[in-house]
Design a protein around this ligand. Structure first.
Ligand code: FES
Ligand code: FES
Length: 214
């Protein structure tokens, strides 16, 4: 014969009840993790929907941008987001200026803007309205190479040649600003122009020679 329930029995049952509830909720959580293919309604603990994506920004319209490139005037219809590098290569067809990293790290895209060397991938074409751009195509006089181009050939200052237009434009800017004189200063001033072929000794020798000739 079973003994009547006492208040002491109720106190003993409480921990068991709490343990059972904990195990039930843990099992429900495990079901959600183990069955990600279930739809939100099917999942015992449905998650809230992700916030909606922001609407795409409208593309600003193209506008005429006036540039003088290698001595010739151009009016280019450019969206404000077009870099100077893309304007030169894609809109004018001057592909001598190379795209290496497209983020200011290699110097392959170096051109001269009003005589100063810059990375064309890091600047927007619209920012140079009315300015004079010189690319590697603008250095020779007809068939006659410029002194720095001749020096690069004579010193064999390239292998694959991909960095060469940027190296040459950078060297022209360096020579004209006149701040580097020694080999160490030239090396430092050219440190933004990477040569993955490692032609650095010949590049520096070519710049030294062109510098002496000016
Ligand atoms: S492409 Fe401009 S710095 Fe590399
Ligand atoms: S010659 Fe090849 S990267 Fe410079």
């Amino acid at each position: 014969m079973s003994k009547p329930a006492s208040p002491d029995d109720d106190e003993q049952r409480k921990p068991n009840l709490a343990r059972r509830r904990f195990l039930q909720s843990a099992a429900a959580a495990a079901t959600v993790g183990a069955a990600p293919h279930l739809s939100a309604e099917e999942q015992p603990m449905a998650q809230s929907a992700p916030p909606p994506l922001p609407a795409a920004y409208p593309t600003p319209p193209a506008r005429p941008v006036r540039l003088t490139i290698n001595g010739r005037p151009y009016v280019l219809p450019l969206e404000p987001r077009v870099t100077l590098l893309d304007a030169l290569r894609e809109y004018v067809g001057l592909t001598g200026t190379k795209k290496g990293c497209d983020r200011g790290q290699c110097g392959a895209c170096t051109v001269l803007v009003d005589g100063r060397r810059i990375n064309a991938c890091l600047t927007l074409a619209v920012m140079h309205e009315g300015q004079s751009i010189t690319t590697v195509e603008g250095l020779a006089e007809g068939e006659a190479l410029s002194p720095i181009q001749r020096a690069f050939v004579e010193h064999d200052a390239f292998q694959c040649g991909y960095c060469t237009p940027g190296q040459i434009c950078s060297a022209v800017g360096l020579i004209s600003d006149g701040r580097a004189r020694t080999r160490a200063e030239i090396r430092e001033a050219m440190s933004g122009n990477i040569c993955r072929c490692g032609a650095y000794p010949n590049i520096i020798a070519a710049i030294e020679e062109a510098m002496k000739a000016t």
